[in-house]
Design a protein around this ligand. Sequence first.
Ligand SMILES: Cc1ncc(C[n+]2csc(CCOP(=O)(O)OP(=O)(O)O)c2C)c(N)n1
Length: 520
Amino acid sequence: MNGSESMVHTLLNNDVSVCFANPGTSEMHFVSALDRLPQMRCVLGLFEGVVTGAADGYFRMAQKPAATLLHLGPGLGNGFANLHNARRARSGIVNIIGQHAHDHIAHDAPLTSDIEGIARPVSHWVRTCASSMTAPDDTAAAVQAASGPPARVASLILPADAAWGPSTAGGVQKLPQRPAPCPADTVIDAIAQLLRSKDHAPGSVALLLGGRAMRGLSTRLAGQIAARTGCKLLAETKNARSERGSGRVNIPQIPYPINGALETLKDIRLLVLVDAIKPVAFFAYPDKPRFLVHPDCRVETLATGDEDVETALAKLNDALGGVPSQVAYVSDGVSPAWSDGMPNSLDMGRALAALLPENAIVVDEAITTGRQLQSSAAAAKPHDWLEITGGSIGYGLPCATGAAVACPDRKVVAIIGDGSAMYTVQSLWTMAREGLDVTVVICANRKYQILSGELDAMGGPPASTNAQRMLSIGAPALDWVHLAQGHGVPATRVDTMAGFAKALENGLRSGGPNLIEVLL
Ligand SMILES: Cc1ncc(C[n+]2csc(CCOP(=O)(O)OP(=O)(O)O)c2C)c(N)n1
């Protein structure tokens, strides 16, 4: 058995059974090993941003890492932006990155680069295999680092001689899983005391939830705490995965635009973080604060992302006397009907709320069109909502691809700005090849609308030729119907709300990939 085979056995033994890949010559021994072990599902992405974004989407839904296979430094570099988003989503990924054989690196062949240097900013764990004999243990260490808790991006660099040289048979067997630690009881008691205190004005106390606190029992426990103490609930601006919909606790998010965020937080004087960080502005502006909370706001941490968030909330709820029969922020499932006319964010959200099937997965990279989608979606049937966590656009189509691979029995709806969709448009081909049940909605406003808004908000002179040329993508107009068809995905174009609702219904019914271009 060679190093590659031993590595693939190790991956499979440890429940890593999907490999999103874009290989090259240095990875051919690994490709050959994958070929001999068909239990590993190999999914080709035609650009590495698709590969890494799909691994992120896969982890968000499967809650276990996939592997990626990337071609040396340039392949990893192409996948960098979505590894950045994955790191911010705290997704576990095992990157296998090809490298020249040890004795070839010094010769400076064309694809030579500092792979560890490229990997480090987007990886919590980086290692280069010393030899084919260490390769299975290196792989096991990568899987352990990626699986967590807490989940991590692990990058294992595989020199070709470590891939082709002799190794141990059967790879490393299943590794034990460590539980996440719970915060100390003293921390929980101190926060319970603060939440019980009558010193705070009504409406001035909030729990801020993020990360894993947006899923499972956590949101319900937070709803019980809110009902018991009268505190507000807020969610971070962007969340890797939030469970939302009718009958669930739907937690309003801190808005993305800085003025809306400051307004939301202006009266809060005690903020308790639950797998969240102290809210910070997405960007610095000359005349705005860097942090979004009031300077007099006390910020306390109940549990970090490295801790057992759900148990921490359960203990806090017990200490406060919250009960399952009294839960705040539960959506009653009522949403106003959408009105016909030109498509717009508000009505698209309402139509989505009406048509989304139970247990659907929504991938949201709708940028400005997305701002009003979620408020209505709280009224939809229970579903998961996935967002861009690292601000690096081009995550949505790959993330939807990975989510659909992880959850073949669930409908995926990906709502993507046309500008964002162009970064990783090749995802459509993977969706078609794999027959993934994804309905892609392209919000075709034919501009970088969010950036036009930022330029206007600066208050300078109106955009002239150069700024317009950098912020408009309408000439030539992208033809999404033909782009999709060219990637093997059936598509339609709509310019009315009635057309959108009909196309969405048809797309969801189709059972395969389909695309709706919505002219805005
Ligand atoms: C990798 C990366 N490059 C550039 C940007 C800057 N950027 C943010 S939003 C955006 C345009 C988004 O356009 P679109 O998806 O059409 O949404 P719209 O703003 O029109 O709603 C750009 C270029 C970014 N966030 N990430």
